[in-house]
Each structure stands twice: as C-alpha cells, then as structure tokens.
Design a protein around this ligand. Structure first.
Ligand code: MD3
Ligand code: FE
Length: 207
C-alpha cells in the first residue's frame, strides 16, 4: 500500500517468529550498555516514549558514538542480521533489490498506553536513504503528514503488530507522529504482553 510517493505500508510483514526475535533483541538492548530511557529534550521536556539506540546513539538532535546524556557508554553494535532484515524489508516494500542499503543505526521506541509522539521530521541523518519501520505489540494510530507543516493535510493509518512501513524519496522528510496507542490490542505470543515497540533503521551518513 503506497500511502504517498515513497511511503509504503506492508501490513503483517513480520512472521510471529520474527516478532518474537525482535522483542527478545529489544529486551536485551533495553538493559544496556545504554539503558532504555525517556529522552530529555533541549527545552527540558521529557518524551513519553522510551527509546534505546543501536549502532549510533541519538540524542536530540544529533547522533553520537557515546551516550553522553545517559551514562557515557557506547551503544550496542548494529548487528548484521538487522541489516539483512532491513534489506529484505526494503525489497518487499519497493519490489526491487536493495543490496546497497546499509543501515547503521536503529532507534527502538517503547510506548505504554499513555505514550505519544508529536508531529516531527527526522532530519538528523546526513543521508537521504529510506527509513525502515517495524512495529510489534499494541496497534497505534500513525499520522503521516506533509513536508511543509506539522498540521493538515495528514493521513491517519493504523499500525499493527508485524507491520512494515518504509519511508523514502519525497516522504523521507514528511512530518509524522503517533497520536494514540490502543492498549491490549497486541498478541502476547510475540513475547510483549503490553505496550508497543517500534524499531526504525536508518543510514546516519556518519563514520
Ligand atoms: C517518516 N517513530 O522514531 S515509525 C521515530 O512509531 C518515529 O515510534 C514513530 O517517528 C514510532 O522517529 C513512527 C514511522 C516513521 C519512522 C521514521 C520516519 C515514519 C517516518 C522518517 C521519515 C518519515
Ligand atoms: Fe520520526
């Protein structure tokens, strides 16, 4: 389903086994070396979502090797299997080979029933490569907007467990957010008994 040029939604792309594997991996990353935390914004606001990073650490609004805002440690390495999953995801969504796609960072967001993400653009990456997004757990409303303003026009799409979304081309710089999560809608068989997990893979363009 192409909801805008370069923005492709593939419902139910991950198998249950793949979802379980992702949940397990995210559980381990959440423990450390840099524990999952509510990111503090430069203005003092605290995000309701909890985030842990792999490959590069993201703090608003840049990527670093060390998590200066948490415990100063280096985040976990970006594993080869995750890059392979990213290339397969891109191939499925765009229906062409993606051998040259080499994501080097993943941001894992955890939403409890109250967590939200306001409308924003992802423009801290020095690369125009697509973002691959994978969701596990509770269903949410994902709001996909335009490149000009955080307001209308936008399209609301439900993202459920196992869904893949790829954002490339003209959609890469669109405003987007998560205005609502529906508690209790996930399948406990994924290993996630409450909340929503979203993993995004990106190319930082850094070295
Ligand atoms: C569109 N995450 O981590 S995933 C984020 O569900 C983020 O946790 C949301 O927005 C979440 O930055 C939405 C879908 C998504 C991710 C990255 C994008 C949409 C995007 C980057 C560019 C355009
Ligand atoms: Fe984003």
């Amino acid at each position: 389903w192409e909801i805008a040029p370069g923005a492709v939604h593939v419902p139910g792309w991950l198998t249950l086994d793949e979802q379980r594997h992702l949940v397990q991996a995210c559980r381990e990353w959440a423990r450390g070396p840099v524990p999952i935390r509510h990111t503090v914004l430069p203005g003092g606001g605290v995000m309701s979502v909890q985030t842990v990073c792999v490959g590069w650490h993201w703090q608003p609004y840049r990527y670093t090797r060390l998590a200066h805002d948490v415990n100063g440690r280096k985040v976990a390495d970006f594993p080869d299997w995750l890059g392979d999953l990213g290339r397969r995801a891109l191939e499925s969504a765009y229906d062409h080979p993606a051998d040259s796609y080499e994501p080097d960072t993943a941001l894992i967001n955890f939403y409890d029933g109250q967590a939200r993400m306001g409308m924003h653009q992802d423009k801290d990456e020095k690369s125009d490569a697509p973002v691959v997004s994978l969701s596990v757990g509770d269903t949410c409303v994902f709001r996909f907007g335009n490149t000009q303003t955080r307001g209308k026009p936008y399209t609301d799409v439900e993202l459920a467990s196992g869904d893949l979304f790829v954002f490339g081309g003209p959609s890469r710089l669109a405003y987007h957010g998560v205005p609502k999560v529906y508690p209790g809608t996930g399948d406990p068989a994924t290993g996630l008994t409450s909340g929503r997990l979203n993993l995004t893979m990106r190319v930082t363009g850094l070295r």
